[in-house]
Design a binder for this molecule. Structure first.
Ligand SMILES: Cc1cc2nc3c(=O)[nH]c(=O)nc-3n(C[C@H](O)[C@H](O)[C@H](O)COP(=O)(O)OP(=O)(O)OC[C@H]3O[C@@H](n4cnc5c(N)ncnc54)[C@H](O)[C@@H]3O)c2cc1C
Length: 386
């Protein structure tokens, strides 16, 4: 894919590579290479290191502490972080909430939240999904009622969210709430609100996923009082902001860089099989499979660059998300199979984390909107099918 990049881009790539080599702690690299999560402390440590270098928010405008980089620089940076592998800039803070506050938030919200998001002084989570309102997100029921009788300075929030990643250690949740239960169109009665997780009435219950790990939670709101100043943008316009946010989330989940790192990992395993004396006849089929996955990945990367280059718009993010998820699942499957018993071993870099990462990879085509739903959106918005 180097043909797409100029000499200046290549020099920038080297600069990023050198920075990561000098700054990324070895234990963090090792954990991610084995398919593990970046722990809370990892994310904090890395986000702060990036922020100190001025690279904390690759896609934010300079005026708000971002880099002001063009699409190619952003892609190179994301690729190099993933290749290391290093954690990307904080997904909920930087990729999702930051742009919403920049575009739709108040000056006070920008002033209070953006520097803290940038330096991971606070970590946020996403309170969108509810039981029965996942794919049909606009049917959500968590209600926020303005307490007019007591001056109208606060909302009272009641309801439940589910599958809330990292709610067990997040400081704030950005939540979609119903502020107009009578709106004719259900999308028109939703608002976007920032809720302090330490507020009285917020309860978090863990959900342990099939990989045995705790990243998911249920979050309950029981008469939680939220300052009206924490409403982002206009009341009942939350659906517009949510769609804007989901565009960023879906483009991120496409995970071009992370997929490249996984392809490189599969190639290393193939090289090891050959070095260990496995016959070419055995390895060739796997090499073919990895090559096909890599070809799909190149195609996806070019599509993503077109999108960032302004030739297409955020409407394409459902396609990036759906294809990127399929590629991630395919390459994770290959890595697991090539690792054989190593994938199940209780120690070593290719230890149980690899099986856990395989199990978690099943969720990539679900979170951020399932693949089926992405295809529905594509057919309606891009292909204009009924
Ligand atoms: C690991 C993980 C992390 C998550 N993190 C978060 C988070 O941090 N915050 C958050 O708010 N949510 C989070 N989610 C929730 C996620 O966004 C939802 O799971 C997702 O949107 C699907 O909703 P659902 O689970 O209710 O499934 P359902 O909507 O019940 O869907 C069930 C099945 O039906 C299919 N389906 C549904 N509607 C249609 C349709 N119209 N056409 C065709 N097929 C359809 C779906 O594709 C799916 O296969 C997470 C989920 C997972 C698994």
């Amino acid at each position: 894919m180097d043909l797409l990049y100029s000499e200046e881009h290549k020099a920038f790539r080297q600069e990023v590579r050198d920075f990561i080599a000098a700054t990324l702690p070895g234990d963090m690299r090792q954990r991610l290479r084995a398919g593990g999560f970046a722990a809370k402390a990892d994310t904090e440590r890395w986000q702060r290191a990036l922020n100190q270098r001025g690279w904390g928010a690759p896609a934010w405008p300079k005026a708000f502490g971002g880099t002001g980089w063009d699409a190619a620089h952003q892609q190179i940076f994301a690729d190099e972080c993933a290749a290391a592998p290093a954690p990307p800039p904080h997904i909920f803070n930087i990729t999702m909430l930051g742009p919403v506050i920049i575009h739709f938030g108040s000056d006070a919200q920008r002033e209070y939240f953006l520097p803290k998001l940038l330096n991971a002084d606070i970590q946020v989570c996403q309170g969108f999904s509810e039981p029965g309102s996942g794919s049909d997100l606009a049917s959500l029921k968590t209600a926020a009622v303005l307490d007019v009788e007591n001056g109208g300075d606060e909302y009272v929030v009641n309801g439940q969210k589910i599958w809330t990643s990292q709610a067990h250690y997040a400081d704030w949740v950005f939540a979609l709430v119903r502020t107009d239960p009578n709106a004719v169109k259900k999308q028109a009665g939703i608002s976007f609100m920032l809720i302090d997780m330490k507020s009285p009435g917020v309860t978090v219950r863990p959900i342990i996923s099939i990989d045995g790990r705790h990243s998911l939670n249920e979050v309950f709101f029981d008469n939680v009082r939220v300052p009206a100043a924490n409403l982002v943008g206009e009341e009942n316009k939350g659906w517009d902001y949510a769609k804007f946010l989901l565009g960023h989330e879906r483009a991120y989940i496409a995970g071009i860089g992370r997929n490249k790192e996984r392809v490189a990992c599969a190639k290393d395993l193939l090289a090891k099989l050959e070095a260990d004396g496995h016959p070419m006849s055995e390895v060739a089929g796997w090499r073919g499979r990895v090559a096909l996955i890599e070809a799909d990945l190149h195609a996806l990367e070019v599509t993503q660059l077109r999108m960032h280059g302004g030739h297409a718009d955020m409407k394409l993010s459902p396609m990036l998300k759906a294809r990127g998820s399929e590629i991630f699942q395919a390459i994770t499957d290959v890595i697991c199979r090539l690792s054989g018993l190593e994938a199940l071993r209780a120690d070593g870099v290719g230890g149980p984390t690899l099986t856990k990462s395989f199990l978690y990879s099943r969720a990539v085509s679900i979170f951020g909107g399932s693949t089926e739903v992405q295809k529905n959106i594509l057919s309606a918005t891009v292909l204009s099918l009924p």
